[in-house]
Design a protein around this ligand. Structure first.
Ligand code: ATP
Length: 257
């Protein structure tokens, strides 16, 4: 579980995050949603330690990350897997070498053990057959799956994904969402996903934190999204492609009736 307590982030005199408190639960896909510029990325960067909070605390299973020394934070990062926008793979390394890279850097395993572990993770994302290919020889969706395999290779307790579906078609996005949801359950990770994708909200939104202009406007699950009377949340969700499509189908059905 990751707990954010009264988090405020200012850049000079600009307050980007204002007194945010939220709990992100273990074994669940926790989503951060909000309009462009609302502060989602800044929130995630504070949580993983890429930015320093101006005020507030971040607790990893009760451990106060904000109070840790630099060395302790580096140790904590080994418990975190990260998937950034785009897949951010090394073009000159094969799929397997990409997945194995964190092991080569941070583990004391033998070469044989590292290769075995990388292959286990590739198998988990159903890409073992592509292990000798280079990133430019595989599709965008496959590249994302390689990034997921790489993010879990060190067995993280916490998984962070920034817009995992950006640049992917809806069908491939569903595959990625399903995979993220499954590995979250399998490995009992605390997974936090920044997303614009309302299909993801409705598919894997077990715990959704809605950020509006830097403050927490709403928190709930996907079923509560549907029944919520929060106008700002409804504006965000019902302005999405998914709901426009649902509405269009309903209108067509009415016309045909
Ligand atoms: N280093 C910085 N210095 C000053 N302002 C910043 C800095 N980083 C982000 N901001 C501002 O913080 C606000 C929130 O940005 P953020 O990137 O978190 O939004 P977001 O919700 O992730 O948007 P998007 O969905 O478009 O990625 C924006 O107004 C942005 O300009």
């Amino acid at each position: 579980m990751i707990e954010v307590k009264n988090l405020t982030k200012r850049f000079e005199d600009k307050t980007v995050l204002d007194d945010i408190s939220a709990v992100f639960e273990t074994g669940k896909t926790n989503l951060i949603i909000g309009q462009s510029g609302s502060g989602k990325t800044v929130l995630m960067k504070n949580i993983v330690g890429l930015l320093e909070p101006t005020q507030g605390q971040i607790l990893y299973d009760g451990r106060d990350f904000t109070a840790m020394t630099k060395k302790e934070k580096v140790m904590m990062r080994r418990e975190m897997g990260m998937i950034f926008q785009g897949a951010a793979l090394f073009d000159s390394l094969t799929v397997q070498e990409n997945v194995q890279f964190p092991l080569d850097m941070f583990s004391n395993m033998t070469a044989r053990e590292r290769a075995k572990r990388a292959q286990e993770c590739l198998e988990r994302v159903n890409l073992l057959d592509a292990r000798s290919k280079y990133p430019d020889e595989i599709s965008g969706g496959m590249q994302k799956r390689v990034a997921i395999a790489r993010a879990i290779v060190l067995n993280p307790k916490y998984l962070f994904c920034d817009e995992p579906n950006s640049g992917l078609d809806p069908k491939t996005s569903l595959v990625i969402d399903k995979l993220l949801s499954e590995i979250t359950k399998d490995y009992q990770m605390t997974t936090i996903i920044n997303t614009h994708d309302m299909n993801s909200v409705m598919g894997i939104g077990e715990n959704i934190v809605f950020i509006y202009k830097g403050h927490k406007e709403w928190q709930g699950n996907k079923d509560q999204v549907i029944s919520s009377t929060n106008k700002k949340l409804n504006d965000l969700v019902f302005a999405s492609d998914l709901f426009r499509k649902v509405k269009k189908v309903e209108m067509q059905e009415e016309e045909n009736a």
